[in-house]
Design a protein around this ligand. Structure first.
Ligand code: GDP
Ligand code: IMO
Ligand code: MG
Length: 420
């Protein structure tokens, strides 16, 4: 049986913390898409750790962690991260597995990402510049190199061939930064990667399933950044939604049980693109300050706004969400009044569906106003301790979405989570 935890907004919903919390109930935690563009924050022994490539179950004892074929892997980031994780006494030789079909991010992919973004000027996506789009382009273009290729004696020849191809593209962009230092650390990291457990991921996961083991699939980014259903072209390059689990791990759809969607009690977005409920005022500034809304991967300030039920309902539909976890409820503690977006006004007409190109229309968010709870909730341990006004807020969201919030996260700490 496979359960999925994924983001319902534009990323950074708190997936890392939630996966870490739930991992104790599973045998295997697996990443199925995305790459080091992800930044998943968790607290281990009261120390903050940000994971980019390794699944967030890695700190729970006796769990197996799989980097699935749908992921794009930067060996350099992985090596650095393995060093950090091993520093906590985790034995990665025993509990980290990497699918041989996983595509490798090459130094030239990172260079191409940078060159492509620069060429877009003010239309840029706001990519994390980790080489994500060029690597997925080489995957769908059938040119990419995969982890399993590392074990082939012709790997270097294949690398040089692809590098030459990339160089031509870089020349077209007039990109002439020296990336030899990147290449040096890349080859160094490849040697490290070869020492890890490289497996046939699809057999690995299906054998676990046959043995009755429980799998938790960990999403990266968010549903509104999905390559097909997100706010294209301001999206990432993978299927971030639940369907991505099947192709990103090699599991059949009927093996998926719960799809647990994570949403903040408000909304953020980092990078370019449309964001109907964005607050470009002092309220947005306060959300950023209290919520510490700065990117875990790039450090960029996140754009902040009210929760958007049009986008959330869309995400619940596309993913088949069965349970919702609402994070960062405590961030709203300080607000006297809260707003929930219940619809959009597009060209003077009210609607509650995501249009084809959200970036090409003038959207005005329609809000319903709620009283804030205006009390500290970070130390609450049970639902009954939570203020009535918070319960009203939660109940309204449940009713609108037709899917229930099952957990409320009321602080970044590992145990700050309340089951409803
Ligand atoms: P992810 O990418 O979805 O894993 O989320 P990030 O780690 O990028 O961003 C979430 C941030 O919110 C991190 O700094 C977390 O430590 C923090 N966080 C998670 N849950 C809560 C919560 O309930 N309350 C507060 N105040 N912070 C939280
Ligand atoms: P986690 O897993 C938030 C955004 C980037 C940019 C767009 C494309 O931590 O939630 P890319 O590097 O993929 O080409 O960037 O997607 N983005 C994220 N935003 N959280 C993430 O991951 C993100 N990963 C990518 O800011 O707008
Ligand atoms: Mg993040």
């Amino acid at each position: 049986m496979v359960d999925v935890i994924l983001g319902l907004q534009w990323g950074d919903e708190g997936k890392g913390k939630i996966v870490d919390y739930f991992a104790k109930d599973y045998d295997v935690v697996a990443r199925f898409q995305g790459g080091p563009n992800a930044g998943h924050t968790l607290y281990v022994q009261d120390k903050k750790v940000v994971l980019h490539q390794i699944p967030s179950g890695v700190f729970q004892e006796n769990k197996l962690n799989l980097i699935g074929n749908g992921v794009v892997l930067d060996p350099v980031t992985l090596k650095k991260e393995c060093d950090i994780v091993a520093g906590f006494g985790v034995n990665l030789k025993k509990n980290l597995f990497i699918a041989e079909r996983t595509h490798l991010i090459l130094p030239t992919h990172r260079a191409l990402d940078k060159a492509a973004e620069l060429s877009k000027g003010h239309q840029k996506i706001g990519s994390t510049l980790k080489g994500i789009a060029p690597t997925y382009m080489d995957k769908t273009g059938r040119n990419g190199l995969r982890v399993g290729d590392l074990l082939d004696k012709n790997f270097t020849t294949a690398y040089i061939k692809l590098r030459l191809k990339h160089q031509k593209l870089l020349d077209n962009f007039s990109f002439n930064e020296d990336i030899s230092a990147w290449e040096e650390e890349f080859f160094d990291a490849l040697e490290f990667l070869k020492q890890l457990n490289i497996v046939n991921g699809e057999y690995y996961i299906n054998h676990q399933l046959q043995a009755g083991k429980k799998i938790l699939a960990e999403g990266a980014q968010g549903s509104m950044l999905d390559i097909d259903f997100g706010t294209f072209p301001f999206v990432t390059s993978s299927n971030t939604i639940s369907a991505g689990v099947c192709s990103g791990l090699g599991v059949a759809p009927q093996k998926i049980r719960d799809v647990i969607g994570v949403t903040k009690a408000y909304c953020t977005r980092v990078g370019g693109g449309p964001f109907p409920t964005e607050l470009e005022n002092e309220v947005g500034e306060e959300l950023r300050k209290i919520g510490n809304e700065f990117g875990a991967t790039t450090g960029r300030a996140r754009r902040c706004g009210w929760i958007d039920l049009v986008a959330l309902q869309f995400a619940c539909m596309i993913n088949g969400v069965t349970k919702i976890v609402m994070t960062k409820a405590d961030v709203l503690d300080a607000f006297k009044e809260l707003q929930i977006c219940t619809g959009y006004k597009i060209n003077g007409k009210e609607c509650n569906e995501i249009p084809f190109r959200l970036d090409r229309v003038q959207v005005e968010a329609i809000y319903k106003t709620f009283s804030g709870w205006n009390t500290a909730t970070g130390s609450a341990k049970s639902f009954k301790e939570l203020p009535v006004t918070m319960k009203t807020y939660v109940e309204f969201i449940n009713q609108y979405l037709g899917v229930k919030i099952h957990y409320i996260s009321n602080g970044p700490g590992r145990e700050q989570i309340i089951a409803i």
